[in-house]
Design a protein around this ligand. Structure first.
Ligand code: NAP
Length: 324
């Protein structure tokens, strides 16, 4: 007798090949954020049914919202039922707060406890999703790797972000024990017109005060938001994708190069001396690693998986983000 997964696959085949196609359900934890909202728009356009797992209900006719409380270990009944894919993006912001000891706990638990809760909930489902796509970050490699080209098999780093990413990825691995295909995306600096890193990096440039940060030689591995969302879609659809992938464009750049291209794209002057790293550490504390740390990350595995980037190089990516 055909097992449930096989029957499911067959039903999906008939539904999509015939005219009775039932939209597939995608549940996104942290779907209200920068990546999740962009991804939701793409998925709706592609004909998926989108649901968000969130700490608060939002009014949105096209997206169903389910509540969860990570600290209480509670998730609204039915949230994951019938989910074809789960995309795990939840996590407390790394940019908006000083990394005090209590906030570091929030950063970790918002990723590990939330992922563990999803894994426990998946274990209760009779029919499992086809894939679980879980965010991680290039912070996995640590911020002190200089110009070493970092591939998925390069070891994890030693700093705070590296330990967060390790614990986050370990928590996600629980879905594999449930027979669910897992793709972990080690996401680079996401460039988006809606906020995030680009908005913060742009501020001094808009004021004509743009300059490299620290010695400017640190590598920054970035990805255009459109590419990231397409990568997530590819990871959903391509059953051969499994395990960790760096989600970065194939052209990592130094901070000095990024600053120069950004100034040109904004048509702003670029002549000031670099902002001393010591000053940035004073202002930002440990969080300074986000801008002063170096991560030259390879996109080769994603390219070998067949993904074609829309924005391979920084200049056209920034042009598109700043002009459209
Ligand atoms: N953007 C980047 O450049 C980048 C780079 C590498 C990795 N990432 C990772 O990718 C994920 C999504 O990124 P993003 O830029 O979309 O982040 P974001 O805009 O900060 O959104 C994250 C979402 O997580 C939920 N969240 C926040 N604090 C939480 C908490 N304490 N407990 C549970 N959920 C919480 C929120 O959703 P609700 O308010 O609806 O609950 C929030 O909208 C994050 O985990 C981030 O670390 C992002």
């Amino acid at each position: 007798m055909m097992n449930i997964r096989g029957r499911q696959g067959l039903q999906r085949y008939y539904f999509t090949e015939n005219f009775f196609s039932m939209p597939e359900k995608v549940v996104i934890s942290g779907g209200s954020g920068l990546i999740g909202s962009h991804l939701s728009r793409l998925l709706l356009k592609e004909g998926y049914q989108v649901a968000h797992l969130s700490r608060s209900i939002r009014e949105d006719k096209s997206i169903k919202h389910y509540l969860w409380d990570v600290e209480q270990g509670k998730i609204e009944e039915g949230a994951l039922a019938g989910a074809d894919y789960v995309i795990n993006l939840a996590g407390a912001s790394l940019a908006d707060h000083r990394w005090s000891a209590p906030y570091k706990q929030t950063v970790i638990r918002s990723r590990t406890a939330s992922t563990e809760l999803l894994v426990r909930e998946l274990a209760r489902l009779k029919i499992k999703p086809r894939a679980f796509i879980s965010a991680s970050a290039i912070g996995y490699y640590g911020g002190d790797r200089g110009d070493e080209l970092l591939r998925e098999q390069s070891g994890a780093g030693q700093d705070f972000m590296a330990s967060v990413c390790r614990a986050w990825e370990n928590a996600a691995e629980g879905v594999e024990e449930e027979g669910v295909r897992l793709v972990v995306l080690r996401i680079g600096v996401v460039l988006s017109p809606d906020g995030g890193a680009l908005k913060q990096l742009m501020l001094p440039f808009r004021l004509g005060l743009g300059a490299p940060l620290g010695n400017g030689r640190q590598y920054m591995s970035w990805i255009h938001i459109d590419d990231l969302c397409q990568v997530i879609l590819t990871a959903m659809r391509d059953d051969k994708m499994q395990g960790a992938y760096n989600a970065v464009a194939p052209e990592p750049v130094t901070n000095a190069h990024f600053s120069e291209v950004l100034a040109a794209a904004l048509d702003k002057p670029y002549f000031l001396p670099s902002v001393p790293g010591k000053l940035m550490k004073l202002a930002l504390g440990e969080r300074a690693v986000v801008v002063l740390g170096s991560a030259k990350v390879s996109a080769d595995k994603l390219l070998k998986a067949g993904y074609t980037f829309r924005y391979q190089e920084l200049e056209p990516a920034l042009q598109q983000l700043l002009t459209e």
